[in-house]
Unconditional design. Structure first.
Length: 523
């Protein structure tokens, strides 16, 4: 917990009033970047309809606003609230204010009798984002800190417990030495599963994709049905859909291992060890990738799911799934490593490094390539000749195959190498563009370009320029090699000027930027 420290804030006065300017209240406020991280909750459509039916003119609200803009103290409360109220539900009232009628209390949907409270703590603010923007770690340019003795012990303990079962490695989860108590999280998982079912029922196409993912994983023995018995040595992970319309698989399933019933109660991720960061430096990978005349890339298919989880840890990876009847459910659990665990990246990296060490003496060149140029599950490397590139990439495919992993989507800037891969039966990437770290590689023309999709979208759709929006726009461009700096630098300079703002003195600057702000004499 940070200690309290004194701060200076600008003080402003302004008027708030109803739309007709009939009721005006002069308020005095401090100016700060962030008031609260809690999102605004707007009245539900059923509440609005009920108020309209009763002839209560609701206060206007904007669906586009998601953050609290003004926090008014209790000293102004009775100047805003008129006092009369109308009961709308068991715990919901409409209260008369100078802005119109406002619903106050708890909103329930049909058939809902669930009490829910949320505590959102977010220490991230504009200053933190600015700090990360200029942080070398953000650009992947800083030196990796040496692996600590504690991390070395984690690696040694992991390697003592790893087992090759058939053609696949099986591992234990990375538990903290002082684990603490873990609840099963069943009630939270069940509530969120019911909400998920309601959402998916409204979108049959996404529902079908969602079910197909798990049905395929059941066939591949990635997940399995298990007993519905709820024990202390278990944990239920809620899950939800992520929709990405522009991708081949538009619906993906995300598991929440950080879920718990309330603040102060451990989640699964709270008692798991994150493990060491074994990823190479981004700049090193870029330089190695570009120093060769023949470049190639590939990725491991479903890399995390290719690692088995020991039987004793599987009950901590349970989740609820759709049962045989419409309202029923059944319990499944992972037999493999899911992505949602905080220790998953470290387990994948340690498993791969453990496996490739077997080839250090028999194939040192391929070992060095895999040890230094594999970023999570993506390989970026090359060679000065097509023959060497074909040999290295083929050796990599075979090495991963021995671990039950499949290196696929091979791409090269050499058409001849692409043809050789096809002849050997390797899986070749067919799309013109592919991901290169967080940039884009066009292998056909051997061009690396920045991914500016979010930047372009922001520039096309921004209607209100704010300090936060400008910061988001600058930070959206991932550029570890600095080619965008002539453009980005102007925006960074603008951000630096923000730190020098005073209140009234920025009037002309605000007008020049056409940025929303309040200034001038309130009288």
């Amino acid at each position: 917990m940070n200690e309290a420290s004194p701060h200076s804030y600008p003080v402003v006065e302004f008027f708030i009033s109803d739309k007709k300017q009939e009721n005006k209240i002069k308020v005095c406020c401090l100016v700060t970047d962030v008031i609260t991280a809690a999102p605004l909750t707007t009245p539900s459509s059923s509440t609005n309809k009920q108020m309209k039916k009763l002839g209560l003119l609701a206060a206007e609200s904007s669906s586009g606003l998601t953050e609290v803009g003004i926090l008014i103290g209790v000293d102004y409360f009775w100047q805003i609230v008129k006092g009369s109220n109308v009961q709308l539900g068991r715990e919901l009232y409409a209260v008369s204010t100078i802005f119109g009628w406002m619903p106050v209390g708890l909103q329930y949907g049909e058939g809902e009798f669930v009490y829910q409270s949320s505590a959102i703590v977010n220490f991230s603010c504009v200053q933190d984002s600015l700090r990360s923007l200029w942080d070398l770690d953000f650009m992947g340019l800083s030196e990796n800190s040496a692996i600590s003795n504690e991390e070395k012990e984690t690696i040694e303990c992991f390697e003592r417990g790893i087992r090759l079962e058939g053609d696949r490695y099986s591992v234990d989860l990375l538990w903290k030495s002082e684990m603490g108590q873990l609840e099963n999280n069943f009630e939270v998982a069940l509530r969120r599963f019911k909400n998920l079912r309601n959402r998916l029922n409204r979108n049959p196409e996404i529902f079908e994709q969602y079910k197909n993912v798990i049905e395929e994983q059941i066939k591949e023995s990635i997940v399995e049905e298990c007993s519905q018995e709820i024990t202390e040595s278990s944990y239920f992970m809620p899950h939800r859909e992520i929709i990405k319309p522009n991708e081949t698989t538009s619906c993906r399933i995300v598991y929440d291992a950080s879920s718990s019933r309330s603040k102060g109660v451990n989640s699964l991720n709270d008692i798991l060890d994150v493990g060491p960061n074994l990823s190479p430096l981004v700049l090193d990978m870029i330089l190695k990738f570009r120093k060769f005349e023949i470049a190639f890339s590939g990725d491991i298919a479903k890399a995390f799911l290719m690692i088995g989880i020991s039987e004793k840890d599987r009950d901590y990876l349970k989740f609820l799934w759709f049962g045989d009847n419409e309202q029923g459910y059944k319990t499944l659990r992972f037999k493999r490593l899911p992505f949602g665990l905080c220790c998953s990246p470290a387990i994948l990296a340690m498993t791969i490094k453990y496996h490739i060490k077997k080839y250090k003496s028999v194939n040192p060149e391929c070992f060095e390539m895999l040890n230094s140029s594999l970023y999570v599950d993506d390989l970026y490397y090359g060679s000065d000749t097509i023959e060497d590139a074909c040999r290295l990439s083929t050796d990599a495919v075979n090495i991963f195959k021995d671990a039950g992993m499949y290196l696929r989507k091979l791409r090269s800037n050499s058409e001849k190498l692409n043809s050789l891969w096809i002849e050997k039966g390797h899986k070749v990437g067919l799309t013109r563009e592919s991901k290169f770290l967080d940039m884009i590689w066009i292998s056909e023309t051997d061009v690396i370009k920045l991914n500016c999709a979010f930047l372009n979208k922001n520039l096309d759709t921004i209607s209100e320029a704010t300090k936060r929006i400008i910061l988001q726009t600058v930070a959206s461009v991932y550029d570890p090699i600095g080619v965008s700096q002539p453009f980005i630098m102007k925006m960074k300079i603008l951000l630096q000027k923000f730190g020098l703002w005073d209140w009234i003195g920025t009037k002309l600057f605000l007008q020049k930027l056409k940025m929303n702000g309040y200034f001038g004499d309130p009288n």
